[in-house]
Design a protein. Structure first.
Length: 390
């Protein structure tokens, strides 16, 4: 008998959370699990094609902006029709739809905390905290991707430790692995150059803070002629401010050494062409893009928020925790001067990057494998199902 898992999400489009769902569904054995995805709003059919399993259905509630009470009724009817064994919601917006799942008598109700939203960077919004405490009564199991999230659930929301499972994201180290720049799918003008390429991947949104990276890069090029002559910038992802960022770079005379192609499906062959991966997020859970960059042998510069310190080992951490090899650097959130200093350091001492990149690849293989993540979810789904049968 297969376990039917119903995943409840805000939408199903390019993003780290959604990428984790794709990886999980594609790796869980189809003779043990089948899946349904309920999107509160909409989904991208092209992105849904990334799911290779055949026993997956996707549904949209077409939720209207604001408090669309009727969407709860539509969700209740759909869940009652699907009869899943598990309802697994992710993040605050989807958490509320555990109420229809409860009324539809879904045996197992699991909720995942994947990080913070721009409107609640530290998870301190009183309304949201109250809501999470209220829903604690009907959610049976919580999943946290980071220790920061786990501590938040215990200390701020009051969830008992035995009801929380820590499952870090995993990366496919077979798909994402080091390669030469010449074999990457970067455009020829970059692939054939010897420039130091700073790159970032992610939806272009305020919380991801690509604006900081662009501002830092422009400032460095204006202040240091050598930096301008020997570097390039790549930002992969789409969003409402993509055109604005491109215009800023063009106005600064950097259009020929910057590339913002929008959303891409060939990330695994683009990343190895970069030199340094940069993630300037204002908030983050456990970043899939950091893990993918590490698996491709890239050193990482990341903001010191969320789960980033759990992924990026610095020389300071190395000194505090012997045996932890450095894989990059952390800078204070939204601190442009610190980011510029680290980027300039990379350009001035490129030999160090190879050592850090090798460390990053080893760390991805040893600590953050996709198999480890999938096994943890498999045990959780199956153990909960066995408890219900018992």
């Amino acid at each position: 008998m297969t376990v039917h898992v119903c995943h409840i999400l805000w939408s199903f489009r390019t993003g780290g959370l959604e990428n984790g769902v794709v990886n999980l569904i594609n790796q869980l054995k189809p003779d043990e699990f089948r899946h349904s995805i309920i999107c509160l709003t909409d989904y991208d059919p092209a992105y849904f094609q990334r799911i290779t399993r055949q026993n997956v259905q996707i549904y949209c509630l077409n939720k209207r902006p604001g408090h669309d009470i009727s969407s709860f009724w539509r969700c209740f009817k759909l869940i009652r029709q699907l009869k899943p064994d598990v309802c697994h919601s992710r993040n605050l917006a989807a958490m509320e739809y555990q109420l229809p799942a409860t009324l539809a008598r879904v045996p197992q109700r699991i909720h995942g905390e994947h990080g913070w939203d721009l409107t609640d960077l530290a998870g301190q919004n009183k309304k949201y905290v109250m809501l999470k405490r209220l829903f604690k009564a009907i959610i049976q199991r919580y999943i946290s991707l980071s220790r920061e999230g786990l501590n938040y659930l215990q200390q701020r929301i009051g969830v008992a430790a035995e009801r929380i499972t820590l499952i870090c994201n995993g990366v496919d180290t077979e798909r994402f692995q080091p390669a030469t720049r010449a074999t990457s799918t970067l455009p020829a003008i970059l692939a054939e150059s010897d420039r130091l390429i700073f790159g970032s991947v992610g939806r272009i949104a305020a919380v991801k803070n690509q604006q900081l990276l662009v501002a830092a890069y422009i400032a460095l090029c204006q202040q240091h002629a050598t930096f301008k002559a020997n570097t390039a910038l790549v930002i992969i992802g789409d969003g409402p401010t993509q055109t604005e960022l491109q215009q800023q770079l063009a106005t600064a005379g950097l259009a020929d050494q910057s590339w913002l192609p929008g959303d891409r499906s060939d990330i695994a062959t683009l990343l190895p062409g970069l030199s340094v991966f940069v993630l300037p997020s204002l908030a983050e859970g456990i970043s899939n893009t950091i893990l993918e960059a590490m698996a491709c042998g890239l050193p990482v510069i990341a903001s010191n928020v969320g789960g980033n310190p759990e992924l990026v080992s610095t020389e300071r951490k190395d000194a505090e925790q012997p045996g932890t090899e450095p894989t990059g650097w952390l800078f204070n959130s939204n601190n442009q001067s610190q980011l510029q200093q680290l980027m300039l350091q990379c350009q001035q001492a490129p030999a160090r990057l190879k050592i850090l990149g090798d460390n990053a690849r080893a760390c991805a293989e040893q600590k953050f494998s996709l198999d480890t993540m999938v096994s943890a979810y498999r045990r959780l789904y199956l153990d909960n199902n066995k408890q219900q049968e018992g």
